[in-house]
Design a protein around this ligand. Structure first.
Ligand SMILES: C[S@@+](CC[C@H](N)C(=O)[O-])C[C@H]1O[C@@H](n2cnc3c(N)ncnc32)[C@H](O)[C@@H]1O
Ligand SMILES: Nc1c(NC[C@H](O)[C@H](O)[C@H](O)CO)[nH]c(=O)[nH]c1=O
Ligand SMILES: N[C@@H](Cc1ccc(O)cc1)C(=O)O
Ligand code: SF4
Length: 475
Protein backbone atom coordinates (compact mmCIF):
# COMPACT_ATOMS: atom_id res chain seq x y z
CA UNK A 1 0.00 0.00 0.00
CA UNK A 2 1.11 3.53 -0.61
CA UNK A 3 1.39 5.34 2.68
CA UNK A 4 -1.56 7.70 2.77
CA UNK A 5 -0.50 11.30 2.39
CA UNK A 6 2.65 10.65 0.37
CA UNK A 7 2.10 12.94 -2.61
CA UNK A 8 4.98 11.65 -4.71
CA UNK A 9 4.40 7.95 -4.17
CA UNK A 10 2.85 7.34 -7.58
CA UNK A 11 5.61 8.90 -9.55
CA UNK A 12 8.34 7.23 -7.55
CA UNK A 13 6.65 3.87 -7.86
CA UNK A 14 6.27 4.26 -11.61
CA UNK A 15 9.91 5.30 -11.98
CA UNK A 16 10.93 2.09 -10.22
CA UNK A 17 9.17 -0.12 -12.77
CA UNK A 18 11.40 -1.43 -15.52
CA UNK A 19 8.77 -2.86 -17.83
CA UNK A 20 9.56 -6.47 -17.00
CA UNK A 21 6.92 -7.67 -14.60
CA UNK A 22 7.66 -11.36 -14.84
CA UNK A 23 4.26 -12.11 -16.41
CA UNK A 24 4.07 -15.43 -18.22
CA UNK A 25 3.71 -15.32 -22.00
CA UNK A 26 0.10 -16.21 -22.86
CA UNK A 27 -0.12 -19.89 -23.78
CA UNK A 28 -3.10 -22.24 -23.82
CA UNK A 29 -4.05 -25.83 -24.63
CA UNK A 30 -6.56 -24.50 -27.11
CA UNK A 31 -6.24 -23.56 -30.77
CA UNK A 32 -7.61 -20.35 -32.27
CA UNK A 33 -9.66 -22.30 -34.81
CA UNK A 34 -11.29 -24.42 -32.14
CA UNK A 35 -12.09 -21.38 -29.99
CA UNK A 36 -13.60 -19.62 -33.01
CA UNK A 37 -15.72 -22.64 -33.84
CA UNK A 38 -17.07 -22.70 -30.27
CA UNK A 39 -17.75 -18.96 -30.44
CA UNK A 40 -19.65 -19.39 -33.70
CA UNK A 41 -21.88 -22.17 -32.47
CA UNK A 42 -22.60 -20.60 -29.10
CA UNK A 43 -20.76 -23.08 -26.87
CA UNK A 44 -19.68 -21.49 -23.60
CA UNK A 45 -16.07 -20.33 -23.98
CA UNK A 46 -13.30 -21.16 -21.52
CA UNK A 47 -10.70 -18.64 -20.35
CA UNK A 48 -8.25 -20.35 -22.71
CA UNK A 49 -10.69 -19.85 -25.59
CA UNK A 50 -10.99 -16.17 -24.73
CA UNK A 51 -7.19 -15.85 -24.62
CA UNK A 52 -6.92 -17.37 -28.11
CA UNK A 53 -9.60 -15.07 -29.51
CA UNK A 54 -8.15 -11.93 -27.89
CA UNK A 55 -4.71 -12.82 -29.28
CA UNK A 56 -6.07 -13.97 -32.67
CA UNK A 57 -4.04 -17.05 -31.80
CA UNK A 58 -1.20 -17.39 -29.30
CA UNK A 59 0.64 -19.34 -32.02
CA UNK A 60 1.70 -16.14 -33.77
CA UNK A 61 2.87 -12.65 -32.88
CA UNK A 62 0.66 -9.62 -33.35
CA UNK A 63 -2.95 -9.44 -34.44
CA UNK A 64 -3.88 -11.37 -37.57
CA UNK A 65 -6.32 -9.19 -39.55
CA UNK A 66 -8.21 -12.06 -41.14
CA UNK A 67 -8.68 -13.87 -37.85
CA UNK A 68 -9.68 -10.61 -36.18
CA UNK A 69 -12.47 -10.07 -38.73
CA UNK A 70 -13.75 -13.58 -38.07
CA UNK A 71 -13.97 -12.87 -34.32
CA UNK A 72 -15.69 -9.52 -34.85
CA UNK A 73 -18.19 -11.06 -37.24
CA UNK A 74 -19.09 -13.83 -34.80
CA UNK A 75 -19.56 -11.26 -32.04
CA UNK A 76 -21.67 -8.95 -34.20
CA UNK A 77 -23.91 -11.89 -35.09
CA UNK A 78 -24.19 -12.89 -31.42
CA UNK A 79 -25.13 -9.32 -30.50
CA UNK A 80 -27.90 -9.30 -33.09
CA UNK A 81 -29.28 -12.63 -31.84
CA UNK A 82 -29.03 -11.63 -28.18
CA UNK A 83 -30.31 -8.06 -28.17
CA UNK A 84 -31.28 -7.12 -31.74
CA UNK A 85 -30.52 -3.90 -33.58
CA UNK A 86 -31.29 -1.36 -30.90
CA UNK A 87 -28.50 0.89 -29.64
CA UNK A 88 -29.21 2.25 -26.19
CA UNK A 89 -27.94 5.29 -24.34
CA UNK A 90 -28.89 7.05 -21.11
CA UNK A 91 -29.53 10.71 -20.35
CA UNK A 92 -27.04 11.12 -17.54
CA UNK A 93 -24.73 13.47 -15.71
CA UNK A 94 -21.29 12.70 -14.25
CA UNK A 95 -20.84 14.51 -10.94
CA UNK A 96 -17.48 13.70 -9.39
CA UNK A 97 -17.39 15.00 -5.81
CA UNK A 98 -13.65 15.28 -5.19
CA UNK A 99 -10.34 14.64 -6.91
CA UNK A 100 -8.43 14.36 -3.60
CA UNK A 101 -6.95 10.87 -3.41
CA UNK A 102 -3.80 9.27 -2.05
CA UNK A 103 -4.34 5.75 -3.38
CA UNK A 104 -1.73 6.35 -6.04
CA UNK A 105 -2.97 4.27 -8.99
CA UNK A 106 -0.33 4.53 -11.69
CA UNK A 107 -2.82 4.72 -14.56
CA UNK A 108 -4.77 7.63 -13.07
CA UNK A 109 -4.37 11.36 -13.55
CA UNK A 110 -7.81 12.22 -12.15
CA UNK A 111 -6.49 12.38 -8.61
CA UNK A 112 -4.67 15.17 -6.83
CA UNK A 113 -2.61 14.59 -3.72
CA UNK A 114 -4.95 15.20 -0.78
CA UNK A 115 -2.20 17.13 0.96
CA UNK A 116 -2.74 20.01 -1.46
CA UNK A 117 -6.35 20.36 -0.26
CA UNK A 118 -5.37 21.04 3.35
CA UNK A 119 -6.41 24.43 4.71
CA UNK A 120 -2.85 25.47 5.44
CA UNK A 121 -1.36 24.17 2.20
CA UNK A 122 -0.09 26.54 -0.43
CA UNK A 123 0.48 23.74 -2.94
CA UNK A 124 -1.15 24.42 -6.31
CA UNK A 125 -3.69 21.99 -7.66
CA UNK A 126 -6.35 22.04 -10.36
CA UNK A 127 -8.72 19.73 -8.52
CA UNK A 128 -11.93 20.24 -6.60
CA UNK A 129 -14.06 19.17 -3.67
CA UNK A 130 -17.78 19.89 -3.85
CA UNK A 131 -19.68 20.14 -0.57
CA UNK A 132 -23.03 18.29 -0.54
CA UNK A 133 -25.03 21.47 -1.22
CA UNK A 134 -23.03 22.07 -4.41
CA UNK A 135 -23.58 18.47 -5.55
CA UNK A 136 -27.30 18.95 -5.00
CA UNK A 137 -27.42 22.14 -7.03
CA UNK A 138 -25.56 20.49 -9.92
CA UNK A 139 -27.93 17.51 -9.94
CA UNK A 140 -30.98 19.80 -9.71
CA UNK A 141 -29.79 21.72 -12.78
CA UNK A 142 -29.22 18.49 -14.67
CA UNK A 143 -32.68 17.22 -13.73
CA UNK A 144 -34.11 20.33 -15.33
CA UNK A 145 -32.22 19.36 -18.47
CA UNK A 146 -33.90 15.96 -18.39
CA UNK A 147 -31.32 13.54 -17.02
CA UNK A 148 -32.44 10.15 -15.77
CA UNK A 149 -29.22 9.26 -13.93
CA UNK A 150 -26.39 10.87 -12.02
CA UNK A 151 -23.14 8.88 -12.06
CA UNK A 152 -20.79 9.92 -9.26
CA UNK A 153 -17.31 8.48 -8.70
CA UNK A 154 -14.64 10.27 -6.69
CA UNK A 155 -11.20 10.27 -5.18
CA UNK A 156 -10.80 8.68 -1.76
CA UNK A 157 -10.62 11.92 0.18
CA UNK A 158 -9.11 11.23 3.62
CA UNK A 159 -11.92 13.18 5.33
CA UNK A 160 -14.69 11.16 3.67
CA UNK A 161 -16.34 8.75 6.08
CA UNK A 162 -19.58 6.81 5.76
CA UNK A 163 -21.38 8.76 8.49
CA UNK A 164 -20.81 10.42 11.87
CA UNK A 165 -20.30 7.08 13.62
CA UNK A 166 -17.56 6.28 11.11
CA UNK A 167 -15.89 9.65 11.82
CA UNK A 168 -15.87 8.78 15.52
CA UNK A 169 -14.30 5.40 14.89
CA UNK A 170 -11.69 6.80 12.52
CA UNK A 171 -10.75 9.75 14.70
CA UNK A 172 -10.32 7.43 17.66
CA UNK A 173 -7.64 5.51 15.82
CA UNK A 174 -4.49 6.12 17.84
CA UNK A 175 -2.13 5.23 15.03
CA UNK A 176 -2.51 7.96 12.40
CA UNK A 177 0.15 6.40 10.19
CA UNK A 178 -1.89 3.19 9.95
CA UNK A 179 -3.77 2.16 6.83
CA UNK A 180 -6.97 3.99 7.76
CA UNK A 181 -6.12 6.92 5.50
CA UNK A 182 -8.08 9.42 7.61
CA UNK A 183 -7.79 13.07 8.50
CA UNK A 184 -10.67 15.02 10.05
CA UNK A 185 -12.66 17.43 7.85
CA UNK A 186 -11.28 20.47 9.74
CA UNK A 187 -7.90 19.73 8.15
CA UNK A 188 -9.20 20.69 4.72
CA UNK A 189 -10.20 23.93 3.04
CA UNK A 190 -13.47 22.32 1.93
CA UNK A 191 -15.37 19.65 3.90
CA UNK A 192 -16.72 16.97 1.53
CA UNK A 193 -19.34 15.90 4.10
CA UNK A 194 -19.97 12.20 4.67
CA UNK A 195 -20.80 9.65 1.97
CA UNK A 196 -24.34 9.49 3.36
CA UNK A 197 -24.66 13.28 3.14
CA UNK A 198 -23.29 13.39 -0.40
CA UNK A 199 -25.63 10.65 -1.61
CA UNK A 200 -28.63 12.17 0.15
CA UNK A 201 -27.78 15.49 -1.50
CA UNK A 202 -27.55 13.93 -4.97
CA UNK A 203 -30.62 11.73 -4.55
CA UNK A 204 -33.07 14.45 -5.42
CA UNK A 205 -36.21 14.71 -7.50
CA UNK A 206 -36.42 11.03 -8.39
CA UNK A 207 -33.06 10.88 -10.19
CA UNK A 208 -31.39 7.45 -10.42
CA UNK A 209 -28.21 7.63 -8.33
CA UNK A 210 -25.37 5.44 -9.67
CA UNK A 211 -22.42 5.71 -7.31
CA UNK A 212 -20.00 4.08 -4.84
CA UNK A 213 -17.49 1.84 -6.62
CA UNK A 214 -16.05 -1.11 -4.67
CA UNK A 215 -13.00 1.04 -3.85
CA UNK A 216 -15.23 3.78 -2.48
CA UNK A 217 -17.21 1.20 -0.48
CA UNK A 218 -13.91 -0.04 0.98
CA UNK A 219 -13.07 3.56 1.92
CA UNK A 220 -16.53 3.94 3.50
CA UNK A 221 -15.81 0.90 5.69
CA UNK A 222 -12.10 1.38 6.38
CA UNK A 223 -10.98 0.83 9.93
CA UNK A 224 -14.21 -1.04 10.84
CA UNK A 225 -15.50 -4.61 10.68
CA UNK A 226 -18.58 -3.59 8.69
CA UNK A 227 -19.68 -5.95 5.93
CA UNK A 228 -20.01 -4.48 2.44
CA UNK A 229 -23.69 -5.40 2.46
CA UNK A 230 -24.24 -3.31 5.61
CA UNK A 231 -22.44 -0.33 4.09
CA UNK A 232 -24.37 -0.55 0.83
CA UNK A 233 -27.66 -0.89 2.74
CA UNK A 234 -26.93 2.34 4.56
CA UNK A 235 -25.99 4.00 1.26
CA UNK A 236 -29.18 2.68 -0.35
CA UNK A 237 -31.19 4.15 2.51
CA UNK A 238 -29.54 7.51 1.73
CA UNK A 239 -30.72 7.23 -1.89
CA UNK A 240 -28.22 5.06 -3.77
CA UNK A 241 -29.89 3.06 -6.60
CA UNK A 242 -27.02 1.17 -8.26
CA UNK A 243 -23.23 0.90 -8.10
CA UNK A 244 -20.57 1.31 -10.82
CA UNK A 245 -18.19 -1.61 -11.21
CA UNK A 246 -15.12 0.51 -11.78
CA UNK A 247 -12.00 0.01 -9.66
CA UNK A 248 -11.94 -3.38 -11.40
CA UNK A 249 -9.04 -2.45 -13.68
CA UNK A 250 -7.65 -5.94 -14.31
CA UNK A 251 -8.99 -8.46 -11.80
CA UNK A 252 -5.75 -10.40 -11.52
CA UNK A 253 -3.63 -9.55 -8.50
CA UNK A 254 -0.23 -9.71 -10.20
CA UNK A 255 -1.42 -6.89 -12.48
CA UNK A 256 -2.96 -4.90 -9.61
CA UNK A 257 0.36 -5.18 -7.77
CA UNK A 258 1.94 -3.22 -10.63
CA UNK A 259 -0.70 -0.64 -11.63
CA UNK A 260 -2.64 -0.06 -8.40
CA UNK A 261 -0.77 -1.47 -5.40
CA UNK A 262 -2.82 0.80 -3.09
CA UNK A 263 -6.18 -0.57 -4.24
CA UNK A 264 -8.23 -3.46 -2.91
CA UNK A 265 -7.38 -6.90 -4.35
CA UNK A 266 -9.58 -8.96 -6.66
CA UNK A 267 -11.31 -10.91 -3.87
CA UNK A 268 -12.26 -7.73 -2.10
CA UNK A 269 -13.61 -6.17 -5.31
CA UNK A 270 -15.80 -9.22 -5.81
CA UNK A 271 -16.90 -9.14 -2.16
CA UNK A 272 -17.90 -5.46 -2.46
CA UNK A 273 -19.92 -6.14 -5.62
CA UNK A 274 -21.64 -9.07 -3.92
CA UNK A 275 -22.37 -6.84 -0.94
CA UNK A 276 -23.97 -4.23 -3.20
CA UNK A 277 -26.11 -6.87 -4.87
CA UNK A 278 -27.06 -8.44 -1.51
CA UNK A 279 -28.26 -4.97 -0.51
CA UNK A 280 -30.59 -5.07 -3.53
CA UNK A 281 -28.60 -2.89 -5.91
CA UNK A 282 -27.83 -3.50 -9.57
CA UNK A 283 -24.20 -3.07 -10.56
CA UNK A 284 -22.22 -2.51 -13.75
CA UNK A 285 -18.92 -4.19 -14.57
CA UNK A 286 -15.80 -2.79 -16.22
CA UNK A 287 -12.29 -3.71 -17.35
CA UNK A 288 -9.56 -1.11 -17.84
CA UNK A 289 -7.13 -2.64 -20.32
CA UNK A 290 -4.26 -1.83 -22.63
CA UNK A 291 -1.47 -0.97 -20.16
CA UNK A 292 0.85 -3.65 -18.75
CA UNK A 293 -1.43 -6.70 -18.82
CA UNK A 294 -1.33 -9.64 -21.25
CA UNK A 295 -4.28 -11.03 -23.21
CA UNK A 296 -4.40 -13.89 -20.74
CA UNK A 297 -5.01 -11.40 -17.90
CA UNK A 298 -7.89 -9.92 -19.89
CA UNK A 299 -9.39 -13.36 -20.38
CA UNK A 300 -9.03 -14.20 -16.69
CA UNK A 301 -10.71 -10.90 -15.82
CA UNK A 302 -13.67 -11.81 -18.01
CA UNK A 303 -13.77 -15.14 -16.17
CA UNK A 304 -14.10 -13.34 -12.81
CA UNK A 305 -17.01 -11.23 -14.14
CA UNK A 306 -18.83 -14.20 -15.67
CA UNK A 307 -18.50 -16.27 -12.47
CA UNK A 308 -19.83 -13.35 -10.44
CA UNK A 309 -22.78 -12.95 -12.78
CA UNK A 310 -23.51 -16.70 -12.64
CA UNK A 311 -23.84 -16.34 -8.88
CA UNK A 312 -25.81 -13.09 -8.82
CA UNK A 313 -27.47 -12.07 -12.09
CA UNK A 314 -27.43 -8.36 -11.14
CA UNK A 315 -24.75 -7.07 -13.53
CA UNK A 316 -26.54 -4.86 -16.05
CA UNK A 317 -23.70 -4.17 -18.47
CA UNK A 318 -20.02 -4.65 -19.24
CA UNK A 319 -18.07 -1.45 -19.88
CA UNK A 320 -14.65 -1.89 -21.52
CA UNK A 321 -12.46 1.05 -20.50
CA UNK A 322 -9.67 1.61 -23.01
CA UNK A 323 -6.62 2.93 -21.14
CA UNK A 324 -5.94 6.62 -21.93
CA UNK A 325 -2.22 6.99 -21.43
CA UNK A 326 -0.96 10.50 -22.24
CA UNK A 327 -0.83 12.19 -18.81
CA UNK A 328 -0.50 9.14 -16.58
CA UNK A 329 2.46 8.08 -14.41
CA UNK A 330 2.70 4.80 -16.35
CA UNK A 331 3.35 6.71 -19.57
CA UNK A 332 5.34 9.62 -18.17
CA UNK A 333 7.86 7.20 -16.72
CA UNK A 334 8.12 5.09 -19.83
CA UNK A 335 6.51 1.98 -18.32
CA UNK A 336 4.11 1.90 -21.27
CA UNK A 337 4.43 3.71 -24.57
CA UNK A 338 0.74 3.85 -25.49
CA UNK A 339 -2.72 2.60 -24.68
CA UNK A 340 -4.35 -0.25 -26.60
CA UNK A 341 -4.60 -0.23 -30.40
CA UNK A 342 -7.95 0.01 -32.14
CA UNK A 343 -7.64 -3.64 -33.09
CA UNK A 344 -7.33 -4.49 -29.41
CA UNK A 345 -10.37 -2.32 -28.53
CA UNK A 346 -12.41 -4.16 -31.15
CA UNK A 347 -11.29 -7.58 -29.95
CA UNK A 348 -12.04 -6.74 -26.30
CA UNK A 349 -15.60 -5.72 -27.19
CA UNK A 350 -16.07 -8.78 -29.40
CA UNK A 351 -14.67 -11.29 -26.93
CA UNK A 352 -16.66 -9.69 -24.09
CA UNK A 353 -19.82 -10.24 -26.14
CA UNK A 354 -18.89 -13.83 -26.93
CA UNK A 355 -17.54 -14.83 -23.51
CA UNK A 356 -20.00 -13.00 -21.23
CA UNK A 357 -23.02 -15.02 -22.28
CA UNK A 358 -24.79 -13.97 -19.08
CA UNK A 359 -24.37 -10.17 -19.40
CA UNK A 360 -26.83 -8.68 -21.88
CA UNK A 361 -25.20 -5.36 -22.65
CA UNK A 362 -21.71 -4.37 -23.79
CA UNK A 363 -20.85 -0.69 -24.01
CA UNK A 364 -18.97 1.30 -26.64
CA UNK A 365 -17.51 4.56 -25.31
CA UNK A 366 -17.35 7.79 -27.31
CA UNK A 367 -15.39 9.28 -24.37
CA UNK A 368 -12.59 6.79 -24.77
CA UNK A 369 -12.76 6.04 -28.51
CA UNK A 370 -14.42 9.03 -30.16
CA UNK A 371 -17.52 8.90 -32.35
CA UNK A 372 -16.19 7.13 -35.43
CA UNK A 373 -14.42 4.32 -33.62
CA UNK A 374 -17.21 4.15 -31.02
CA UNK A 375 -19.62 3.43 -33.90
CA UNK A 376 -17.27 0.77 -35.23
CA UNK A 377 -17.35 -0.91 -31.81
CA UNK A 378 -21.14 -1.09 -32.11
CA UNK A 379 -20.50 -3.41 -35.06
CA UNK A 380 -18.09 -5.58 -33.05
CA UNK A 381 -20.54 -6.79 -30.39
CA UNK A 382 -21.48 -3.64 -28.44
CA UNK A 383 -25.12 -2.53 -28.17
CA UNK A 384 -24.91 0.42 -25.77
CA UNK A 385 -23.36 3.81 -26.49
CA UNK A 386 -22.99 5.18 -22.95
CA UNK A 387 -24.67 8.41 -21.96
CA UNK A 388 -24.79 12.15 -22.43
CA UNK A 389 -22.62 12.61 -19.27
CA UNK A 390 -22.47 16.46 -19.57
CA UNK A 391 -19.16 16.55 -17.70
CA UNK A 392 -16.09 14.33 -17.83
CA UNK A 393 -12.98 14.61 -15.69
CA UNK A 394 -11.28 11.19 -15.61
CA UNK A 395 -10.56 10.65 -19.28
CA UNK A 396 -9.99 14.35 -19.96
CA UNK A 397 -7.36 14.63 -17.24
CA UNK A 398 -5.66 11.50 -18.57
CA UNK A 399 -5.36 13.16 -21.97
CA UNK A 400 -8.59 12.09 -23.71
CA UNK A 401 -9.77 14.42 -26.45
CA UNK A 402 -13.30 13.44 -27.25
CA UNK A 403 -15.18 15.96 -25.13
CA UNK A 404 -17.73 15.75 -22.36
CA UNK A 405 -21.17 15.68 -23.92
CA UNK A 406 -23.25 14.19 -26.71
CA UNK A 407 -26.74 15.50 -27.41
CA UNK A 408 -29.75 13.35 -28.28
CA UNK A 409 -29.56 14.73 -31.82
CA UNK A 410 -25.91 13.60 -32.00
CA UNK A 411 -26.93 10.16 -30.81
CA UNK A 412 -29.83 9.80 -33.22
CA UNK A 413 -27.72 10.93 -36.16
CA UNK A 414 -24.82 8.61 -35.31
CA UNK A 415 -26.90 5.53 -34.56
CA UNK A 416 -29.15 5.84 -37.59
CA UNK A 417 -26.07 6.41 -39.77
CA UNK A 418 -25.01 2.82 -39.04
CA UNK A 419 -28.50 1.48 -39.72
CA UNK A 420 -29.46 0.81 -36.11
CA UNK A 421 -32.33 1.98 -33.92
CA UNK A 422 -31.68 4.66 -31.26
CA UNK A 423 -33.21 3.86 -27.88
CA UNK A 424 -33.20 5.96 -24.72
CA UNK A 425 -32.75 3.67 -21.71
CA UNK A 426 -32.92 3.73 -17.94
CA UNK A 427 -29.73 2.87 -16.03
CA UNK A 428 -30.93 -0.69 -15.50
CA UNK A 429 -32.10 -1.06 -19.15
CA UNK A 430 -35.57 -2.15 -17.95
CA UNK A 431 -37.21 1.01 -19.27
CA UNK A 432 -36.52 1.77 -22.92
CA UNK A 433 -37.91 4.19 -25.46
CA UNK A 434 -37.35 3.77 -29.18
CA UNK A 435 -36.72 7.14 -30.79
CA UNK A 436 -38.27 8.08 -34.12
CA UNK A 437 -35.38 9.64 -36.06
CA UNK A 438 -37.80 11.80 -38.09
CA UNK A 439 -39.39 13.35 -35.04
CA UNK A 440 -36.66 15.82 -34.06
CA UNK A 441 -35.26 17.82 -32.45
CA UNK A 442 -34.64 15.10 -29.90
CA UNK A 443 -34.43 15.20 -26.14
CA UNK A 444 -34.81 12.89 -23.16
CA UNK A 445 -38.20 11.61 -21.97
CA UNK A 446 -37.37 9.07 -19.25
CA UNK A 447 -35.91 11.39 -16.61
CA UNK A 448 -38.24 12.61 -13.85
CA UNK A 449 -38.37 16.13 -15.31
CA UNK A 450 -37.71 15.20 -18.95
CA UNK A 451 -40.23 16.52 -21.48
CA UNK A 452 -38.50 15.73 -24.77
CA UNK A 453 -36.75 19.09 -25.07
CA UNK A 454 -33.13 18.96 -26.22
CA UNK A 455 -30.86 18.87 -23.18
CA UNK A 456 -28.29 21.44 -23.64
CA UNK A 457 -26.81 24.32 -25.38
CA UNK A 458 -23.03 24.33 -25.23
CA UNK A 459 -22.55 24.55 -21.52
CA UNK A 460 -22.38 21.71 -19.06
CA UNK A 461 -23.91 22.34 -15.62
CA UNK A 462 -20.67 22.31 -13.68
CA UNK A 463 -18.33 24.08 -16.01
CA UNK A 464 -17.89 25.54 -19.43
CA UNK A 465 -18.96 23.24 -22.20
CA UNK A 466 -17.59 20.39 -24.24
CA UNK A 467 -14.66 22.25 -25.70
CA UNK A 468 -13.86 24.46 -22.74
CA UNK A 469 -12.05 24.08 -19.48
CA UNK A 470 -13.61 22.23 -16.58
CA UNK A 471 -14.81 23.86 -13.39
CA UNK A 472 -11.89 25.49 -11.63
CA UNK A 473 -10.37 24.64 -8.28
CA UNK A 474 -12.68 25.42 -5.45
CA UNK A 475 -10.49 24.74 -2.50
C1 LIG B 1 -10.86 7.53 -11.43
S1 LIG B 1 -11.63 6.22 -10.55
C2 LIG B 1 -12.78 7.09 -9.48
C3 LIG B 1 -13.46 6.20 -8.47
C4 LIG B 1 -12.60 5.62 -7.37
N1 LIG B 1 -11.53 6.45 -6.99
C5 LIG B 1 -12.11 4.26 -7.80
O1 LIG B 1 -10.93 4.12 -8.10
O2 LIG B 1 -12.93 3.37 -7.81
C6 LIG B 1 -12.75 5.42 -11.70
C7 LIG B 1 -12.15 4.57 -12.76
O3 LIG B 1 -11.68 5.36 -13.83
C8 LIG B 1 -10.89 4.52 -14.64
N2 LIG B 1 -9.71 5.26 -15.09
C9 LIG B 1 -8.88 6.02 -14.34
N3 LIG B 1 -7.86 6.49 -15.09
C10 LIG B 1 -8.04 6.01 -16.34
C11 LIG B 1 -7.32 6.13 -17.56
N4 LIG B 1 -6.17 6.81 -17.62
N5 LIG B 1 -7.81 5.51 -18.66
C12 LIG B 1 -8.96 4.81 -18.59
N6 LIG B 1 -9.69 4.66 -17.47
C13 LIG B 1 -9.24 5.25 -16.35
C14 LIG B 1 -10.44 3.33 -13.78
O4 LIG B 1 -11.02 2.14 -14.24
C15 LIG B 1 -10.98 3.70 -12.40
O5 LIG B 1 -11.35 2.60 -11.65
N1 LIG C 1 -17.96 4.43 -20.41
C1 LIG C 1 -17.92 5.56 -19.66
C2 LIG C 1 -19.00 5.97 -18.90
N2 LIG C 1 -20.13 5.24 -18.90
C3 LIG C 1 -21.33 5.84 -18.40
C4 LIG C 1 -22.52 5.10 -18.86
O1 LIG C 1 -23.49 6.02 -19.20
C5 LIG C 1 -23.01 4.09 -17.87
O2 LIG C 1 -23.64 3.12 -18.63
C6 LIG C 1 -23.96 4.64 -16.83
O3 LIG C 1 -23.27 5.38 -15.90
C7 LIG C 1 -24.76 3.53 -16.17
O4 LIG C 1 -25.98 3.46 -16.77
N3 LIG C 1 -18.96 7.09 -18.17
C8 LIG C 1 -17.87 7.85 -18.19
O5 LIG C 1 -17.86 8.88 -17.52
N4 LIG C 1 -16.81 7.50 -18.93
C9 LIG C 1 -16.79 6.38 -19.65
O6 LIG C 1 -15.80 6.09 -20.31
N1 LIG D 1 -20.28 4.95 -15.78
C1 LIG D 1 -19.54 3.72 -15.57
C2 LIG D 1 -18.47 3.94 -14.60
C3 LIG D 1 -17.46 4.87 -15.10
C4 LIG D 1 -17.32 6.10 -14.52
C5 LIG D 1 -16.35 6.95 -14.96
C6 LIG D 1 -15.49 6.55 -15.98
O1 LIG D 1 -14.49 7.38 -16.43
C7 LIG D 1 -15.64 5.33 -16.54
C8 LIG D 1 -16.64 4.50 -16.10
C9 LIG D 1 -20.46 2.67 -14.98
O2 LIG D 1 -21.60 2.69 -15.21
O3 LIG D 1 -20.07 1.79 -14.27
S1 SF4 E 1 -8.30 5.36 -9.82
FE1 SF4 E 1 -9.53 6.05 -8.07
S2 SF4 E 1 -8.42 5.25 -6.29
FE2 SF4 E 1 -6.98 5.18 -7.97
S3 SF4 E 1 -5.83 7.11 -7.81
FE3 SF4 E 1 -7.53 7.43 -9.29
S4 SF4 E 1 -9.15 8.29 -8.06
FE4 SF4 E 1 -7.70 7.37 -6.63
Amino acid sequence: MNPAGDPDATDRDAADLDGDFGFAEPATDQSFENALAKARDGTRLSVDDATELLATGTDRDGIDPVRKEAVLEAADRRRREAVGDEVTFVANLNNNVTTACNTGCLFCNFKDSAHAFEADSDADHAGFTKPPAESRRIVEDALDMGVYEVCSVSGLHPALALNEEHHEILSGDDDPASAVNYKPPETYATDPGTYVEQLAAMSVGGVHLHSMTPEEAYHAARGTEWEYETVYRELAAAGLDSAPGTAAEILVDEVRDVICPGKIRTDDWVAAMEGAMAAGLDVTSTMMYGHVETVEHRARHLGVIRDLQDRTGSITEFVPLSFIHQNTPLYRHGVVDSGPSRDEDELVVAVARLFLDNVDHVQASWVKSGDAHGLKLLNCGADDFMGTILSEEITKRAGGEYGEYRSFDDYVEMITAIGRTPVERSTDYRTRRRIDPDDGPHGPRLGPRADGSPMLPERSPNGPGPDGESAGADD
